[in-house]
Design a protein around this ligand. Structure first.
Ligand code: NAP
Length: 250
């Protein structure tokens, strides 16, 4: 058990997939949770029930993290329940999967706003609520540093996200806030169903991963827990990869 009891965490996109696993892992370790989602209320309600079963408080807030007025309303709701926040996990993501030649300005803005700019806006609202230092995590993928077919706009937004993490880490370090990126390997969540070549992605990942299996939401959540704990207090501005060794293969 880590010493996290009484802390409060906001996890964007915390209702499903990787975000849900992170929310549950933190809840198991005594953290009160705010789960953000944008469309699927039932998933959010089920996640709230699973989190509350661990004896912590949980609030679900619907907000599109790409929309400033939504984010402002979400933080107003959070402040009504919690005077402070200790952990921010910027996990929600979206984006069209198309070759670069088919992308429009709208596709670009959509991915950039949800996947990259949201971390800036969420941090600007969260940092004033962090009273005794804090932890900020962003969830990224290998597409930030490698060219992946159809992943142009999401990969570019993840590259911006990882750069933003480094800039925030430098600026917020003096306030005792660490900022890190978790870069995850292929995880079989709903997001993967949107890839036209899902089966190929999974088989290729299995073939190339030295540890011989896909990354699970729980693998990502374990790293998130470590990065929220005192054990990681001197780690900041880093991209930590959890992928069973996939990315290091030549
Ligand atoms: N799956 C992978 O292979 C993989 C690999 C590496 C990194 N990642 C990263 O891991 C993170 C989570 O991915 P996932 O696979 O768990 O996705 P997922 O299963 O599709 O879940 C997405 C979550 O984000 C929420 N969301 C989407 N757009 C939002 C918005 N504009 N505002 C607020 N919430 C929004 C969704 O809410 P609703 O249910 O209400 O729509 C849902 O809770 C993403 O950053 C992704 O890029 C995934």
């Amino acid at each position: 058990m880590f010493q996290l009891k009484g802390k409060v965490a906001l996890i964007t996109g915390g209702s499903r997939g990787i975000g849900r696993a992170i929310a549950l892992e933190l809840a198991k370790n005594g953290v009160d949770i705010v789960v953000n989602y944008v469309r699927h209320r039932r998933d959010a309600e089920q996640t709230v029930a699973a989190i509350e079963a661990h004896g912590v408080r949980c609030l679900a807030v619907k907000a599109n993290v790409a929309k400033e007025e939504n984010v402002e309303r979400m933080f107003a709701e959070i402040r009504e329940q919690y005077p402070q926040l200790d952990i921010l996990v910027s996990n929600a993501a979206s984006g069209v999967l198309k070759p670069a030649m088919e992308l429009t300005a709208r596709h670009w803005d959509w991915a950039m706003d949800i996947n990259a700019r949201a971390l800036l806006s969420l941090s600007q609202h969260t940092v004033p609520m962090m009273k005794n230092g804090g932890r900020i995590l962003a969830v990224s993928s290998l597409g930030a540093v490698r060219a992946v077919p159809n992943y142009t706009v999401v990969g570019s937004s993840k590259a911006a996200l990882e750069s933003l993490v480094r800039h925030l880490a430098v600026e917020l370090g003096p306030e005792g806030i660490t900022v890190n990126t978790i870069s995850a390997g292929v995880v079989d969540t709903d997001a993967l169903k949107k890839f036209p070549n899902r089966d190929e992605i999974i088989s290729e990942s299995l073939r190339r991963t030295p540890l011989g299996r896909l990354t699970t939401p729980e693998d990502v959540a374990d790293l998130a827990l470590f990065l929220c704990s005192d054990l990681s207090s001197m780690i900041s501005g880093q991209t930590l990869v959890v992928d069973g060794g996939y990315a290091i293969q030549g």
